[in-house]
Design a binder for this molecule. Sequence first.
Ligand code: ZN
Length: 179
Amino acid sequence: MRLKIVQAGDPVLRREARPLTVEEIALDPIQQLIEHMRETMRDAPGVGLAAPQIGLPIQLVVIEDRAEYLKAVDPAVLAERERGPVDFLVLANPRIVNRSARTAEFFEGCLSVAGFSALVQRSSGGTVEYLDAAGKTRVLEAAGWLARSVQHELDHLDVRLSIDRRDTLTCATIDDLGR
Ligand code: ZN
């Protein structure tokens, strides 16, 4: 089932997301939600989706960067962004426990700020602790574009949007960027 992605201005994007318990992750409602979020993210298409973006203030994020998306991108851009394929990831209650001091600045978009892209500076790497779809504790060492995606999605759980971090002078519509 494809879910409606709420847009900037919707108050749910500004509500603090609550953590999930291991027990509720195992139950049907969350398991079904994970499948719906996967379908919604692929349909958009996007490389990440946080539960507040579909109207639920809970700490659940999905991320996936499919090889077929990367085929459409200039290899020089992929190299510069340190972007490679990422298998479907489910992160419940994610916490960044370590952040690289090295930063990078790139244009990034957001499914909740449709049509816009902004330059955002973020850490180039970091360590995130989370519960997976089975409720098991995991540690992810993320670098490059994946590190950016993780930080972007975690901002949604922390009631931040990339437009809050943007350099306003660089905020451009996708059409402007194309030109
Ligand atoms: Zn977003």
